[in-house]
Design a protein around this ligand. Structure first.
Ligand code: 13P
Length: 255
């Protein structure tokens, strides 16, 4: 019912030239992704200047692409911002909103994240909305309460009718780029709590169709175990998505 999604968040890595080589090698290494025959959907989320390269090389390949952020504004005098329509015109299917790095380093609030999600959806993009607790909340036994509160704020004014308009990524901050992962049980427990919240807020049908990803030091060796949780519908992968070999191994493990 929910096709697993494995999304590679490249963060601020690679030049357009490097991306060109990477995409070609990745497509060659993963022929099963072509024609939509794979059991897993794959998306690549490079930084903005790499998106035209993705559009050129991934079009028709069965691999989706998207951006790592989007403006909360429509077109206008907003120097340095990128509008949702600009991403949609480049063929993006997805856009990350509310990544913990943006929340931490650019002070993005739940309200701003919600505004970005709404804008993305207006332009026909699927937001990948990130939530997750820091170590202090987990150690205080508040991981679920904190994450659901953050989710509620980040979904303010966001209407869902099918559940396919939005993806949620649970990324515990203490697991990002640290080599520490949540246990498969903890990832499943949080995904189930998130699905319960969605059911209360949007109804069972929407909750049943919304994909919930795990992110935080996923790698080939832990992919199958983490994705085995019935409520964990894929992964948002940082470091391990930068190499063709490791990301391909994760695609294999997820399929
Ligand atoms: P790592 O996989 O490098 O821990 O990053 C996770 C992440 O932040 C994906 O958005």
């Amino acid at each position: 019912m929910r096709t697993p999604l494995l999304a590679g968040n490249w963060k601020m890595h690679k030049t357009p030239s490097e991306a060109r080589v990477w995409f070609a090698e990745f497509l060659e290494a993963n022929p099963a992704l072509q024609g939509g025959r794979a059991a897993v959907e794959v998306a690549l989320l490079p930084s903005f200047p790499l998106l035209p390269v993705a559009a050129e090389q991934l079009a028709g390949s069965g691999v989706a692409w998207g951006a790592q952020d989007v403006s909360a504004h429509g077109f206008g005098a907003y120097t340095g911002e990128v509008a949702a329509e600009q991403l949609a015109d480049l063929g993006c299917r997805y856009v990350v909103v509310g990544h913990s790095e943006r929340r931490a380093y650019w002070n993005e609030s739940d309200a701003l994240v919600a505004a970005k999600a709404r804008r993305a959806m207006e332009a026909g993009l699927v937001p990948i909305l990130c939530v997750g607790e820091r170590l202090e909340e987990r150690e205080a036994g508040r991981a679920v309460a904190f994450t659901l509160e953050q989710l509620a704020g980040s979904l303010e004014g966001v209407e869902l009718t099918t559940g396919e308009e939005l993806v949620i990524a649970y990324e515990p901050v203490w697991a990002i780029g640290t080599g520490k992962t949540a246990s498969a049980d903890d990832a499943q427990a949080m995904a189930a709590a998130i699905r319960g919240f969605l059911a209360r807020r949007y109804g069972e049908a929407v909750a049943a169709r919304t994909r919930i990803l795990y992110g935080g030091s996923m790698k080939p060796a832990n992919t199958a175990e983490i994705l085995a949780g019935p409520d964990v519908d894929g992964g948002l992968v940082g470091g391990a998505s930068l190499e063709v070999a490791s990301f391909s191994a994760m695609v294999e493990a997820a399929g």
